[in-house]
Design a binder for this molecule. Sequence first.
Ligand SMILES: Nc1ncnc2c1ncn2[C@@H]1O[C@H](COP(=O)(O)OP(=O)(O)O)[C@@H](O)[C@H]1O
Ligand SMILES: [Mg+2]
Length: 284
Amino acid sequence: MHDQASELRVLASKERRKIRVIAVTSGKGGVGKTNFTVNLALALAEYGHRVIILDGDLGLANVDIAFGLTARYTIEHLLSGEKTIEQILLTGPRGISIIPGGSGVQELANLDRDKLTNVIANLGRLEKMADLLIIDTGAGLGNTVTNFLRAADDIILVTTPEPTSLTDAYGLLKTLNKEAGEIPIHVVINRVPTEADARATFERLEIAVRKFLHGSINLMGWVYDDPLMGRSVMQQEPLGISYPESPAYRCIQWIAGTVTGIYLSAPRQGGGVRGFLSKLLRSF
Ligand SMILES: Nc1ncnc2c1ncn2[C@@H]1O[C@H](COP(=O)(O)OP(=O)(O)O)[C@@H](O)[C@H]1O
Ligand SMILES: [Mg+2]
């Protein structure tokens, strides 16, 4: 009886909710990934999620700047063993944590055993700090980007209606089709004038993916082309803080609702089958 109870308790603790990893990517740079990521994090925080952003853009790591912050240390200091994860984390508004990544992210793949153990121990502590880890992966087909995408629970692909942005998004999907397998790919159409434009843009991409790649993508939402977005960038304050009523942020709040739906958890800590089980096991 005793053995069985402890076995069950281990089982229940293993079932405890793990951090979910969302990779935000695009085929082409400059389509709005970073601003989308930052404002998605803000909207998710409004819904009560604890969010960490990993700034994984090798070329242009600027998540900190979008928040009006300046990174003192980056993931390089973590990899070298000079700093701990707690020391490199930045804290943004609404309790959002930012891991300044930059070019150090690339080195993650080439660490020797000793350093790797240390990095895993540090990153493992993130599990308790947050519900969601959102990675701003940077654009393109580089190995680091596709490695991130392969490792994620979900991929959000950002594109604009521009032909070059769509073509590059298709190129990325073509690569992912071979590599990413079962990972759900959600598409966000950024900078659209109307809903009809968003739907038409998605349809063009979706038809190509279905016909030539025999794959599937789903429309997660769209974000209006909004001059307030540009203004918030100039002011170095995220849109969700400076213009929370803006059309673009409203769209992102709506998308955050969908993300929340994907990761729907028990309504309260003690709820659900797991809550029931853990209470039951405590009584042994
Ligand atoms: N919905 C939008 N409406 C208007 N301008 C936008 C929108 N999204 C992004 N932008 C503009 O595009 C620029 C590039 O965005 P950014 O998030 O840095 O792209 P990426 O990370 O994909 O390179 C921003 O500086 C902003 O001015
Ligand atoms: Mg960016």
